[in-house]
Design a binder for this molecule. Structure first.
Ligand SMILES: Nc1ncnc2c1ncn2[C@@H]1O[C@H](COP(=O)(O)OP(=O)(O)OP(=O)(O)O)[C@@H](O)[C@H]1O
Ligand SMILES: [Mg+2]
Length: 395
């Protein structure tokens, strides 16, 4: 995923199961692009989608994943904590990111046979290097002006700060899109995104939409796998499946106060990092097998998600997974084991490949911003009211 050499744009075919590969040349299309590079630091997901009025908010036209070149990935990891000359280093990394974002935007346009001028706007999230809503700020490095310049598109960026300024967490921001895309009138569905951090959206058929970050998704799984196996992630969860979750280590991890805190809440690498894992291992004087740590970390993601569903989404009958963790068979199996009586599927079954959901959400948030509509849900983030999110950089 973080291979050396030039970035590669592997244009993924739109998933089976309902998304049509439409042509941007059709009449009446409203094209928006979305670009997400998340906490896992695995690379960039970009999509181009048509938001012309229809039954569902959008139709995916093209998607791409651009892996980070290894030097940039190393720097983005390093920038997650304080270091020498970090302001200048962050600015340089932001420029490198912006060039990759623009490259990803050009790739999805090419794949959909669309011109940059056909795209109304691109929502570009940026790369989170700190998330400190309790201090009134969060930082997604990006150079949106440079993306606008190089991709020839109107760019909407900096989605989180306005919600934080209004007293919110600035996260999660995807629940409003999850609701627009996946809410069903006849069933109580919960959508969970298993990214670096896991977040859920409670879509009861009636009433307000709720959501929050449940805790680590893949971030600790990736960290341990990289440390002991020198691979960036545990493909299909095979390494975790070869071990056995340790009850004492799991209990030490579950003692983390974040898990018991009531929503609204959000988190990131600021909390769930290498030191956090070290503290848990030291608390039990761990001397067991490496695969058992991997299994325990998978159990932690599954348990904290399941506990959140049980406690905060009472009556839910369906859990729909998205994000990279939905590709981890062992993790999905553990979540199923935790939530008997709840049908656990992925968004693929609803017509959207699980790896495209977050990038689509930022295309949708760009559209909401340009329309002057709020993108946050105060019941989710805790903001004092609905706010239009994002800063606009016209093409
Ligand atoms: N085949 C797979 N098997 C196991 N894990 C996978 C697989 N594919 C992806 N992943 C996991 O998913 C992660 C990437 O997921 P994703 O891109 O959704 O997270 P993210 O970049 O943190 O995004 P966000 O912050 O928006 O949720 C990888 O780091 C890896 O842990
Ligand atoms: Mg990612």
């Amino acid at each position: 995923m973080s291979g050396a050499g030039p970035p590669q744009a592997a244009n993924r075919a739109p998933s089976a199961g309902g998304i049509e590969a439409a042509s941007a040349a059709s009449v009446g299309v409203q094209l928006y692009a979305g670009v997400m590079s998340g906490t896992s630091l695995d690379g960039i997901d970009a999509v181009l989608a048509d938001f012309a009025p229809g039954a569902r908010p959008c139709t995916l036209l093209a998607a791409t994943h651009v892996a980070f070149p290894s030097d940039l990935r190393r720097e983005l990891f390093a920038l997650q904590s304080a270091g020498d000359d970090e302001i200048a280093r962050a600015a340089r990394a932001a420029n490198q990111l912006a060039d990759l974002y623009a490259h990803a935007l050009r790739s999805v346009c090419l794949a959909a046979n669309a011109g940059a001028h056909d795209v109304i706007a691109a929502g570009v999230h940026g790369q989170t290097v700190r998330h400190r809503p309790q201090e009134g700020w969060t930082l997604q490095i990006n150079n949106a002006a440079r993306v606008a310049e190089r991709a020839y598109m109107t760019v909407v960026a900096d989605f989180r700060m306005r919600d934080i300024a209004a007293g919110g967490q600035g996260a999660p921001l995807v629940p409003a899109f999850h609701a627009a895309m996946f809410r069903a009138p006849d069933r109580h569905r919960v959508v969970a995104n298993l990214g670096g951090i896991a977040n859920l959206t409670d879509l009861a058929p009636r009433g307000a939409v709720h959501g929050f970050d449940t805790g680590p998704g893949n971030v600790l799984l990736d960290l341990w796998c990289a440390r002991v196996r020198n691979t960036p992630f545990d493909a299909q969860g095979a390494f975790a499946a070869s071990g056995k979750a340790d009850a004492a280590l799991l209990a030490a991890m579950l003692a983390e106060r974040y898990f018991a805190r009531p929503p609204p809440k959000s988190t990131g690498r600021d909390l769930f990092d290498a030191q956090w894992l070290e503290r848990a291992l030291s608390a039990v004087r761990w001397d067991g097998a490496a695969e058992d740590v991997q299994a325990t970390l998978a159990a932690l993601t599954a348990r904290t998600l399941a506990d959140s569903v049980r406690k905060h989404c009472k009556g839910a009958t369906e859990l729909v997974l998205c994000g990279g963790g939905a590709r981890n068979a062992d993790l999905v199996q553990r979540i199923r084991g935790e939530l008997t009586g709840v049908a656990v599927t992925t968004t693929d079954a609803l017509g959207v490949a699980s790896e495209h959901v977050e990038a689509l959400a930022f295309a949708w948030l760009a559209r909401e911003a340009l329309a002057g509509r709020p993108g946050n849900l105060p019941a989710v983030t805790g903001a004092s009211g609905p706010r239009v999110l994002g800063a606009v950089y016209p093409r």
